[in-house]
Ligand binder design. Sequence first.
Ligand SMILES: NC(=O)c1ccc[n+]([C@@H]2O[C@H](COP(=O)([O-])OP(=O)(O)OC[C@H]3O[C@@H](n4cnc5c(N)ncnc54)[C@H](OP(=O)(O)O)[C@@H]3O)[C@@H](O)[C@H]2O)c1
Length: 386
Amino acid sequence: MKKITVLGSTGSIGKNTLQIALMFPDRFDICAIAAHKSVKLLKKQIDMFAPRVAALFDEEAACELKTLVDTKKTKILSGAAGVNEAAAYGGADLVVSAIVGSAGLLPTLSAIEAKKDIALANKESLVMAGELVMNLAAYSGVKIFPVDSEHSAIYQSIMGHNISEINKIILTASGGAFVDRSIGELEAVTVEEALRHPNWNMGRKVTVDSATMMNKGLEVIEAHHLFGIKPEDIKVVIHRQSIVHSMVEYVDGSVIAQLGLPDMRTPIAFALSYPERIPVKLPRLDLTKQGALTFEAPDLKKYPALGLAYDAIAMGGTAPAALNAADEVAVEHFLRNKIKFCDIPKIVKKTMTEVKNNVKININTIISTAKEARVKAKEIIDKGSY
Ligand SMILES: NC(=O)c1ccc[n+]([C@@H]2O[C@H](COP(=O)([O-])OP(=O)(O)OC[C@H]3O[C@@H](n4cnc5c(N)ncnc54)[C@H](OP(=O)(O)O)[C@@H]3O)[C@@H](O)[C@H]2O)c1
C-alpha cells in the first residue's frame, strides 16, 4: 500500500488524485491532505479517506474544521506551519504537490527535506526555485514525478534514453480559450470567456494562464529544470486537440511522443503508480475517430507571455520568481475584472523591468523578490502605468 499526501486536495488536481485513489483502494492510502480554506470539502474528504493529518492554511477555517471532525483520528493543523508539517508527514511515501501558485513552494521544499518522493503539479516551485528544488531533491535522494501532462509525456518519452542524445523537447499547447481570436479581438474578451478552456477542465489561475500562454511559458521553465535541457532546445507548438501531450526529438531525428485523451487522471495515475502502470478505467483514445491532429507555430505577438518566460530564463537569478509573482497578481486582478486580459503580459513585463534581479539564488532572495514583485505589480496596476 502506497501512502500518499495530497497538498491542494480540494483543487482540480487534488480531486482528480483522490478519484484515482478511490479507484484503487488496495493500492493507495491517503494519509495526509491540505488545502487553503475549503472547510466543507476537506471535511468530506476526511470522512471519505480517514487521513491521519489534515491541514488548512487559513487559521479560522482550521478552527471550524476541528469542531467538525474526530481529532483523535485526524490531527488538524493550521497556518503555513501546519501545511508545511502536513507536507513533511512522516507516514507518507509520496507527496502530491498540487497547491496553486507560489504558496506551493515551501510545502514542496518541506516534503523534499523530509525525503518524500514528489508528484509535482505545482510548476511554480520549479519556476521560482528550480535550481534549489532540483539540488535539494538530488541531495535528499528524492524522485520528482511530473504531473503536468506535457512533462509527464516528456518523462515517458525519455524513459530508457540518454538525456545527452536529446536534440530538443517539443511542448504542445492547446492555445487556450482564444486560440481562434485575432490579436485585436483579445482586447474585449471577458473573464467567463477566458475560463472556457476548449479541452481541459482546470483551476481558474491555470486556465487563464493557458489563454495567455503564460502557462506554457512556466512549463518551458519547468521543463528546463526538470530535464536539464537548455531553453533554446525547448520548442512550443500549438496543437489544438491536446492529444499529443509533448514530444522529444533525438539526435538521430527520431521523435518520440506520448498520446492520450486530455484527462489529468492519466498523468496523475502514472505519477502515483510509477514504475508500474495501473489499469485506470477512463475513456480511451481512438485515433480512427479522433480526426486530424494539427500543429502550428505560436505567434509571439499574440502570446507575448510566452516570450517573457524565455526572457526570464535568459535573465536568470530571481527573474523567474518575479515573472511568476507578477503573473499571479495580474491574473488575480483580471479575474476580479480590474484589468483587461491583454494587460496581463504588459503588467508582468513592466514588473520584470522594475524589480531588481538578484543573481544570488537562495530561498531568501527568491521569496523577497517574489514579495517585491507582487508589491510592484500591484503598484503598476493601481497607477495604470502599463
Ligand atoms: N488543473 C489542472 O488540470 C492542472 C494541470 C497541470 C498543472 N496544474 C498545476 O497544478 C497546481 C494546482 O492547480 P489546480 O488547477 O488544481 O488549482 P485549483 O483548482 O485552483 O486548486 C488549488 C488548490 O490549492 C489549495 N491552496 C491554495 N492556496 C493554498 C495554501 N496557501 N495552502 C494550502 N493549500 C492552498 C486550494 O485550497 P482551497 O480549495 O481551500 O482554496 C486548492 O486545494 C497549479 O500549480 C497548476 O499550475 C494543474
